[in-house]
Design a protein around this ligand. Sequence first.
Ligand code: BGC
Length: 389
Amino acid sequence: MKKSIVLVLVVLMTVSMLLAGCGNDSTASESAASQEASASATGESAPAADASEGGTGTVSGKIGILMPSVVVARWADDAKSMEEAAKAIGLETEVQFADDAIETQVMQIENMVTKGYKALIICPVNAEALTEVLGKAKKAGVTVISYDRLIQGTEDVDYYVTFDNIKVGEVCGQYIVDALDLETNQGPFNLEIFTGDIADNNAKMTLEGGMNILQPYIDNGQLVVKSGQTTLEQTATKGWATGEAQNRMDNIMSGFYTSDKLDAIFSTYGGMSLGCIASLQALGYGTDEKPMPIITAQDGELAIVQAVANGTLSMSLFKDTRALAKQAIDLTAASLKGETVELDASKFYDNGAFEVPTVLLDPIPFDKSNLDKVMIEDSGYWTKEDIYG
Ligand code: BGC
């Protein structure tokens, strides 16, 4: 993302497939941008723009929702929220999950283009593998929204909607610094690092955010990464998978911590953190004599929230999938209506081909101290019974 640009850019939507009853109301989408900007400033989850409100324009037809897999629980929630938001404004949907397989997702996109779908909302399995198929989609006049993960290396993307991934990493890094009180406590403390799938730009960005905070303490010796594994290649976790993280943690523990204690784990997905926790529990961590290290995470999936509630996981960041889903559907609707949408260019993400117009939502950190407020009272994302039984 180019931070230096602070102008508000007018993005002219030139989608060729305009729909019946097409209106000229840009109010909804403009307010999306300003709501988003103010929500970001206050640290709240942005309220989605509402393309169904106040406009004369309506939309119809079918759109495709392409999610990477059902293994990570959030993608099914994202898809469900998008289906509901689309239905509410008269759009039909088809949802496909790709089993984390690149070829499957490419085939699914191709089929939807052939079937004449008006728009595709895609969370890529592999961010760099869609250039050719999206070329076909664009030729057919299909609106393309990059969902949560940035599709790389192609101009054939209309919008990107996501949470601030650099911030995710920075918040996790800062949590570790504060929890170990590195401002006053010289340590040294032992730290290990877990990032996500190497084909997902979010893995790179969250690590970058984390290192913005942690690197100075690694450099001055207050934090020691005994495995020596700090690069994206060394710390990546295939498919962001729990089992992969657990295996790597097992190896790190047997290789570097047979006599030393692990103090902190920088991890940017709760599923991976849970893998690390399983590995550590098998080694006797999690007792009064041998407490769990500080462990970070992201996402508000139930298992992750429960782990924060029971104290095995230190914190996570709540990404409200309902808000992101609504942004995606409202931008889709605006695009299908041929509306002009203004977005804050300072938030655009560079995908290697161009600066993709981006809506950036703020993730909300929580630990045991504010879990109920963030996950139950303020958002209603889970109930007390869901979390505590
Ligand atoms: C998303 C995370 C998610 C992870 C695993 C990332 O791209 O930003 O929210 O947990 O993928 O699927």
